[in-house]
Every structure is written in C-alpha cells, then in structure tokens.
Ligand binder design. Structure first.
Ligand code: LMR
Length: 450
C-alpha cells in the first residue's frame, strides 16, 4: 500500500495514484478507471525499497476542476445585507442579537473578563484537544443541573456549537455507520451539511407547520416510533432555529418517553440557553433526556448567551451507560478533534471561564443575559400586537420566527424595503432596532395583504 505522502509531481496527461486514491476515485467518479495493481504488488523486499506509484493515463485533475459551491444561504444573506448601501435597511437575516439601538455590543462582563485575561495570562502554551477543562467543568452545571456530577457524562470544549455538532456526529458515525439521523423540518441550514460530511444518512421528520404556526407533534412522535434502535433523534434544546416553536414541558416529557422506549439516541443542539423562558427552564428538555436515556449527545454553545459569536465558544457532552464507555467516547472525540482542528481556540472560552469562576461576574452575566431575553420578548410582543396574523410570534421563544411569506414576497421585501430575511421567511426578531420595528411590521403586513 502506498502512502498518500508518496505523490509524485503532477503531470499534465498522466498522473500517479495510490491504491487508496484509486478506491476513492471509483466511488466518487466512475469515469476514472485506472489500473494500478500491477506495479503496486508488494514483495518481501518492498519495505527496503522506495514505495512506487503506478502511472495512469487518466486526465490530471487539479483545483481548476473544482465544482462550484452553493454557499450557505445564511452566510450569503449576511454578505448581501452588508453590501446594501441603504441606510434604513433592516437586516433580520442572521441570528445575532442586537440591542434597541441596533448594535451587538460586547457584554460588560466579557470586557471585564478579557481585561483580567490580558493582565493575568502568563502563557499561550497548548491546552490539548479537549480545550479548557475548567471551562467545561463550569458549563456542566448550567447545562445539566444536578446531572453534572454523573460520572457517565463527559464534556469538552469545542469551537462553537458547530464544532460540537460535528464532533458528536463523528462519534455516532464511528460507533455505528448505519445510524440514521432523524431531522425535524425545517431545521437550521447547517445541520444537513454537517450530517452529510460525516457520511450519515439523514431522515426527515415533520416538525413545524408554517401556515398554522403549529408543531406537528403527533407526526414527529410517529416517526420516532418507527425508527430503528440506535438511530439518532436530533432535537433543538430551546429557541428552535428557524421557527421559534419550542416544545412545551409536557411535550418534552412525551418525546423523552418515546425516544427512550424506541432506543433512539437523543442528540440535542442547544445554542440559545437563556434566550427563551430562562436559563434553567431552557435546559429542561436536555435534563429530561439525560435522566431517561443511557446514551445522549448534547452540542452546547456560548456564542449567543455570552455574545462572543466570532470567538467560537461551545462544548460537547456525551452520556453513555458507563463511566468507562464515556471515557472511550471522549477519547474518540478528542482524536477526531485532533484530526480536524487539533485544539479549540482558547480566548472566548477563557473569558467565559473567568466569568463563571467569579461569583460577582457570574451574577452580572445573568443580569445581562436577562436583558437580552427581555428585549427578545418585548420585540416579540410588539410584533404580535401589530396584526392578528402575527400573534403567534408572541407565543414563541428565542431569536427566530418564520413568517408565512412566499419566496417572492421575501425577495420583494428585500428589493423594495431593504428588509433582509431568509428565503424561508425566517427572521431574527432582534435583528432590528426599536426604531425599525414599526417600519418592519408595516412592510410585513403589506406583503401579507398583497
Ligand atoms: C443563525 O442561524 O443565523 C446563526 O446560528 C448563525 C449561523 O451560523 O448560521
């Protein structure tokens, strides 16, 4: 077997390939059929000689052959909104909290923690693939409550919630390539590509009916009941993205029962803890699952509730049936992290750790978090009061809601009013300043009437 490191310089009409590469080519591109076995036969002497590659006459493929990429719709929307020169544009596309003045300020507690970090940090030596262990220790009780001490649960720092999702699905794929991931529709647009990237099959379940603004609860449970044991139920812990339609406590109880009876692995994505009903209340679903199921995966993010978006602060949590199995699972996860990013970025997690390690800063964080939540809920109330057709917005949670608008209506709002929202009608309720709320609702009501 040749190692991929033994590649020869590229040629124009022929190239050298490894056996490993040949098999990959066969899977990905049936047109490329090359025979590389002849000169790859290993002899007893081969370990003493330079590994050889066989020549093939297939056409060279380089970066110029890359297919175009359809960029992530939310990132494309950010770019479009930024490029719009209209000063009264309303960017409710991406999920970033904005205050009444339309800004995303750095939290005071984060500024203070960063100041302390700057003054006290004495080294930037590596921490390892699990990142800042004290950070994870402090996040544990916030997320898991009394389950934080359960020795069957392990957690580690990740680059944001995305990093945690990727690692969690890597773990599933390592344990069971046949597992199917049950994904509610609609879901956050980055879920399917992450699942695809690890090679797991996605199976959609109905979650939300946009026209009725209702959760399709019975259908969701029906899908779960029909799944195979070992399949993964992907759930949003709170502040459902993109709909804002959260399960009630009673519904969480029922989902937990069905998931546990069907032998599914709940995989909970919780990126907005504290933005919905409250810090504790928002973790209720996570805790029920941890209580009831032997195997649970949780992808947690601090990017929003500490407002450290670009610093990428998150964590992955794994519960298995025993302390030993969890240790093995975490070792796998660390190895996957090592292969992808080696170690998570430190700065944001270190700032969060300083806050949570200090009672006064922690208390101040809760106050700032409550202020963000209050703004979300007060804008929701204003939008809900503007028209009976928008009343559902007041019954939902978190930053997102989904308007019953067609793609054409969304495009028209973009062109005529500079209102940027996802084509699905998802919008960030706190993407707009207080001053823009009335303009926004007038334009939306006009669009719904027209
Ligand atoms: C969003 O959904 O807008 C945010 O979570 C940002 C992102 O990464 O998509």
């Amino acid at each position: 077997m040749c190692s991929p490191a033994n590649r020869c310089p590229r040629e124009t009409e022929s190239r050298w390939i490894t056996t490993h590469e040949r098999h990959r080519d066969e899977r990905s591109d049936a047109a490329i059929q090359v025979d590389c076995f002849a000169s790859l036969a290993m002899t007893d002497n081969s370990r003493y000689s330079t590994p050889m590659l066989s020549e093939t006459h297939a056409r060279a493929r380089g970066l110029a052959n890359l297919p175009p990429v359809t960029s992530d719709s939310l990132l494309a929307l950010i770019a479009m909104a930024n490029a719009d020169p209209r000063i009264d544009k309303i960017d409710v596309g991406v999920g970033v909290f904005r205050d009444g003045a339309g800004n995303t300020p750095i939290l005071k507690v984060v500024k203070e923690a960063e100041r302390r970090l700057l003054e006290t940090q004495s080294t930037k030596a590596y921490l390892g693939s699990a990142g800042d262990k004290r950070f994870a220790e402090l996040i544990g009780p916030i997320l898991l409550g009394s389950h934080a001490d359960d020795e069957r649960i392990g957690g580690l720092q990740t680059p944001g919630g995305c990093g945690a999702l990727r690692l969690g699905f890597e773990l599933i794929a390592t344990a069971n390539r046949e597992a199917r991931v049950l994904v509610g529709t609609p879901t956050w647009p980055n879920h399917p590509p992450i699942i695809r990237a690890v090679g797991l099959e996605q199976f959609d379940y109905p979650y939300y009916e946009r026209g009725q603004a209702a959760i399709r609860f019975d259908e969701m449970l029906e899908t779960f009941r029909s799944a195979r044991p070992g399949d993964v139920a992907l759930l949003h812990g709170c502040c459902h993205n993109p709909t804002g339609a959260d399960l009630s406590e009673e519904q969480w109880r029922e989902v937990t029962r069905v998931v546990s009876e069907a032998g599914l692995i709940p995989f909970i994505d919780i990126a907005y803890q504290g933005f919905g009903r409250g810090l504790e209340e928002d973790a209720a679903g996570v805790r029920m699952m941890v209580e009831a199921c032997d195997e649970v995966i949780i992808a947690q993010s601090c990017d929003k509730n500490f407002s450290v978006y670009r610093d990428r602060v998150g964590s992955l949590w794994v519960k298995t049936g025993s302390r030993e199995t969890t240790a093995t699972a975490i070792a796998h996860v660390c190895q996957r992290a090592r292969e992808m990013w080696s170690m998570p970025p430190d700065h944001g997690a270190a700032a969060v750790r300083i806050i949570l390690d200090d009672p006064e800063l922690s208390a101040n964080w809760l106050v700032e978090l409550a202020a963000m939540r209050d703004r979300i809920n007060s804008v929701r109330a204003r939008l809900a009061a503007a028209d009976p057709r928008l009343a559902f917005i007041g019954r939902q949670f978190g930053m997102f809601s989904m308007l019953p608008l067609s793609k054409e209506q969304v495009l028209k709002l973009r062109e005529s009013h500079g209102i940027y929202m996802a084509d699905s009608g998802r919008f960030n309720v706190v993407g707009m300043s207080d001053e823009a709320v009335d303009r926004f609702t007038t334009a939306i009501v006009d669009a719904m009437d027209g």
